[in-house]
Design a protein around this ligand. Structure first.
Ligand SMILES: Nc1ncnc2c1ncn2[C@@H]1O[C@H](COP(=O)(O)OP(=O)(O)OP(=O)(O)O)[C@@H](O)[C@H]1O
Ligand SMILES: [Mg+2]
Length: 404
């Protein structure tokens, strides 16, 4: 039997458009024009999913969503909110109200159909094959450019690949202008752009295997698009599907994020187990970090999920660590010293220090950090195949223990 979608909108024309889009792909549709009607009838309608418009005369869509969430019989109902206003602000409001997704108007019928399908599938219990992995996912982020996000992301991911004989993937989420392929001296043969035109539900592990680039360290890379126009053509559903698949295919994922809160960035932040917020010791960077922390709080991220990395991108006088901690009301977790021109050379040749010189101070620092942020289950039992990176890290741990 077809699933029933409950569409709630006071505008007749909108109701018709949304209904037509969903009926055309086989869903049953029930409609209501105000919140009171929904609250009275939802028990009889028993929808599989509800789509709520925001602007309604008696009660807005957010409030209706909150009411539905507070009732036991609809507390788990998949809910999409239809909005017209600016993205982040509306998304935050929609999520605060307990919605599962939101769609901005005017919407494309195909996008609506895809979102409904994805959401319904998410809520249908699926049999998970026992071989499915659960990647430990680290997102590297800064709202301010040039703070060292890509440097940390590339070195951390190569470090993981050097330590563990396990699948590790670096995902360049700066879809338009990401530089991770360049920073690893990989020809930008494939990347996100290859997914343009592929429907989200058709993206599978096989397609992804074909578009990942391979680095000498064993790391795989999902690189940015080749033609910048392609980034515009990638939808959030394609990005979400891809990230979901990668999570199940890899043991470790590292995201190199752009300096924004676009929907794709938020999807990646949502999917991360750990967010490394990078800041440098100057005022604008600290202000950007405060804003980011505020947004993370609104997105309900657990404080433990966020790690602060202070990166001395310049050698001159900067703000003291204690002053920064006071300003952002948070402890800094890791400090990366200024390494002068060392990174410039590595950037020019696409050889990150962790790969080029893993025994040098910067290389070792990143390799040790990669180990520190590895899965506890991996750290607790030595792997059968001990890679060079693993031996180096363990040796450094022993040396540190000896010297107290
Ligand atoms: N600790 C450091 N010491 C010296 N130079 C650094 C340090 N960290 C980063 N840099 C340099 O700062 C520049 C910016 O770094 P990177 O490209 O990693 O930052 P980003 O946040 O990804 O920037 P973008 O805005 O380009 O995405 C690079 O030239 C890099 O080599
Ligand atoms: Mg970058």
């Amino acid at each position: 039997m077809a699933e029933t979608i409950y569409i709630v909108d006071d505008n007749d024309l909108n109701l018709k458009i949304v209904s037509a889009a969903l009926r055309s792909v086989g869903y049953e549709v029930a409609t209501a024009q105000n919140a009171a009607e929904v609250l009275a009838n939802i028990g009889t309608v028993q929808p599989a999913l509800a789509i709520l418009d925001v602007m309604m005369p008696d009660m807005d869509g957010y409030e209706l969503c909150r009411r539905l969430r507070s009732r036991p019989e609809t507390s788990n109902l998949p809910i999409i909110i239809l909005t017209t206003l600016s993205e982040l602000d509306e998304r935050l409001k929609a999520f605060e109200a307990g919605a599962d997704d939101f769609i901005a108007k005017p919407f494309n019928p195909k996008e609506l159909q895809a979102r409904v399908k994805v959401l319904l599938r998410r809520f249908t219990p699926q049999e998970v094959p026992i071989t499915t992995l659960q990647a430990e996912t680290t997102a590297i982020f800064s709202l301010r450019g040039g703070a060292g996000v890509s440097t940390v992301a590339t070195n951390l991911s190569v470090g993981l690949a050097q330590i563990w004989p396990l699948p590790v993937c670096l995902v360049d989420m700066a879809l338009i202008n990401g530089q991770s392929a360049l920073m690893l001296d990989l020809a930008l043969r494939n990347g996100w752009g290859d997914l343009v035109g592929v429907r989200a539900n058709e993206i599978d592990s096989e397609i992804l295997q074909q578009i990942l680039l391979s680095h000498e360290s064993g790391l795989q890379v999902l690189a940015s698009v080749k033609r910048f126009e392609d980034a515009e053509l990638l939808g959030i559903d394609q990005v979400q599907q891809t990230l979901g698949l990668l999570k199940r295919q890899f043991e470790y994922l590292v995201f190199d994020l752009p300096h924004d809160f676009s929907v794709t960035t938020i999807a990646a932040l949502d999917a991360a187990d750990r967010i490394v917020l990078v800041l440098s010791p100057e005022l604008a960077s600290i202000r950007c970090a405060s804003i980011a922390l505020e947004v993370f709080e609104k997105l309900n991220y657990a404080p433990e999920k966020i790690k602060l990395l202070l990166n001395w991108t310049f050698s001159g006088k900067g703000l003291a660590r204690s002053e920064i901690e006071k300003a952002i009301k948070r402890k800094i977790d890791i400090v990366l010293p200024n390494v002068g021109d060392a990174l410039v050379a590595s950037l020019t040749y696409g050889k990150p220090p962790v790969f080029q010189d893993p025994n040098g101070a910067i290389g070792a620092l990143f390799e040790d950090l990669a180990y520190h942020w590895s899965k506890e289950s991996h750290r607790l039992s030595a792997p059968q195949t001990k890679k060079d990176g693993y031996n180096r890290v363990r040796e450094r741990v022993r040396t540190r223990q000896k010297s107290g």
